[in-house]
Ligand binder design. Structure first.
Ligand code: S3P
Length: 183
């Protein structure tokens, strides 16, 4: 198997809630024309419920199962070029981290804690943060997850002060290099 076959040319976006994965994913989709696969959206469509309903009615563990199943499904598709946008907690499971690395070029989007708090407090779509101590929850989840994002990503992008099109440009340039010289 040569390098081209060994490394699928997908771009995978990981990172905490509110770091711009969906926005940057759409931008990359428009610029590259690769199909956009948003795992949270796929789960909502497959199960026929919103993420908040899944958490409320079935619990977080059920959601984590759906997440792993969808990731495994996407991993079976070979020879394709996709932009894959993930939920912030996808890195919790070690098997997901392995699958993500195999999927292609993994980009970790980061934002300062203040920005995350400001963005995520604008709506109530995120069940893990629907509590009076959301700020504290962000801090503790970030501390827990940062090592997993670091371990999984090929590239880390600090998005502070950047527009989503600027973030996308940086990702495109480094992805081109990565696909030409896979690790
Ligand atoms: C989650 C992040 C959410 C969604 C779910 C759980 C998490 O996705 O998957 O609410 O555990 O961080 P976003 O990162 O797109 O908000």
């Amino acid at each position: 198997m040569n390098h081209q076959e060994a490394t699928p040319k997908n771009i995978v976006l990981i990172g905490f809630m509110g770091c711009g994965k969906s926005t940057v994913g759409r931008e990359l989709h428009q610029r590259l024309g690769y199909r956009l696969m948003d795992i949270d959206h796929i789960i909502e469509e497959t199960i026929g419920k919103k993420i908040t309903e899944i958490f409320r009615e079935m619990g977080e563990q059920a959601f984590r199962e759906f997440e792993t199943i969808q990731l495994a499904e996407i991993s079976k598709q070979t020879g394709v070029r996709h932009i894959i946008s993930t939920g912030g907690g996808i890195v919790i499971r070690p098997e997901n981290r392995t699958l993500l690395r195999k999927l292609g070029y993994v980009v970790w989007l980061r934002a300062p804690e203040d920005v995350i708090f400001e963005r995520t407090s604008r709506n109530r779509d995120r069940p893990l943060l629907n509590s009076p101590d959301a700020r504290e929850k962000i801090s503790s989840l970030l501390a827990e997850r940062e090592p997993w994002y670091r371990e999984t990503a090929h590239l880390r992008v600090d998005t502070a002060g950047l527009e989503s099109h600027e973030v996308a440009t940086g990702i495109l340039e480094s992805a081109r290099y990565f696909f030409a010289h896979p690790a």
